[in-house]
Design a protein around this ligand. Sequence first.
Ligand SMILES: NC(=O)c1ccc[n+]([C@@H]2O[C@H](COP(=O)([O-])OP(=O)(O)OC[C@H]3O[C@@H](n4cnc5c(N)ncnc54)[C@H](OP(=O)(O)O)[C@@H]3O)[C@@H](O)[C@H]2O)c1
Length: 329
Amino acid sequence: MAKRYDETLVVEYDRNGDVDVLEKRMRPLPSPGPGEVLVEVIASGISHIDGFIRSGREKAWADEAFPRRSGSDFAGIVVSADPTGRFRRGTEVIGHVRAGAHASYLVVPSAALVVKPPHVSWEVAGGLYLAGATALDTLDDLRVADGDTVVVSAAAGGVGSIEAQLAKHRGARVIGTCGDRNFDYLRQLGIKPVRYGDGIEDRIRALAPDGVTCLIDNFGQDGRALAEDLGVSESRYRSSDDRRETELRLLRDDPESVAHGTAQLERLARLADERAFTLLISGFYPLDEIAYAYDDLQNLHSRGKIVLGTHPVTTYRTLKARDVQESRA
Ligand SMILES: NC(=O)c1ccc[n+]([C@@H]2O[C@H](COP(=O)([O-])OP(=O)(O)OC[C@H]3O[C@@H](n4cnc5c(N)ncnc54)[C@H](OP(=O)(O)O)[C@@H]3O)[C@@H](O)[C@H]2O)c1
């Protein structure tokens, strides 16, 4: 007998607050309408902006009704065929939604999906959308190209690591700010690491004696002053507030914004397939342990992305190599 898909596990919250407001609930699954597809979610990314919206620090969508759902990035398998014929049952897809990707099943417009390249892993595909599209939009906006020398802050993080690698892929020389523990990681990616904090301007000048042409501040600490001191023009500097605007645009669900987000996702999937960048997954948590995943993210030292999985092999938590190494330091 064919399996009935009539309910889904979702992560919801009934008021603004910290991770403790998140609830896991079974909810009825609507039947896909015209232009919609039912997807079984395999992996789904978490992002700071999800947390900012949940806590109320981010005022966009502050008037949305409760309960609200979290998560905008996902990868999964099409369960019901798309009427357009583009996504047959069983197609592996990557997608995006305004909110609600932290779930076991989703009904989404097929306009928000792209085909997952077979060699891109579920974890990477699940965490690709918001960080990757923010990185691409920023590089496009700044017209980063061959000949540029670009400084990317928080270059080991989700957005920063994609931004830095794609800037390099475009032919730019890239300097990435990070803590000591990420020097080797950035070097492996061909990015010149530089320690953030006091004296950063001198350290950047030593690495870029011919000057810096672009500066992208992901972290939001004195980026503007640093850009001015390094002689980067206003038009080639992007602040953490600019990044916020970019992320909010990528989360909108009007047709034009969705089409733009999907076009960027299509490019990202191709670039990931071509290995123009790699996305390290520094934490992979069962959906059930979403609170631990956010705790990890909020430590502000993740490398690449933190992703949730709906089909964990085990729910036992494992000590990560990073934690073992740091507990011995
Ligand atoms: N303005 C906004 O609305 C907005 C929106 C989204 C995100 N953000 C902020 O942007 C930051 C990065 O975002 P993400 O998504 O890439 O986060 P992420 O993946 O959590 O980034 C973590 C990275 O930040 C680095 N980092 C920690 N302290 C730093 C410092 N003082 N200066 C520079 N880098 C530092 C860490 O490097 P080490 O481990 O090497 O120290 C780590 O690799 C977060 O702080 C987030 O809150 C702001």
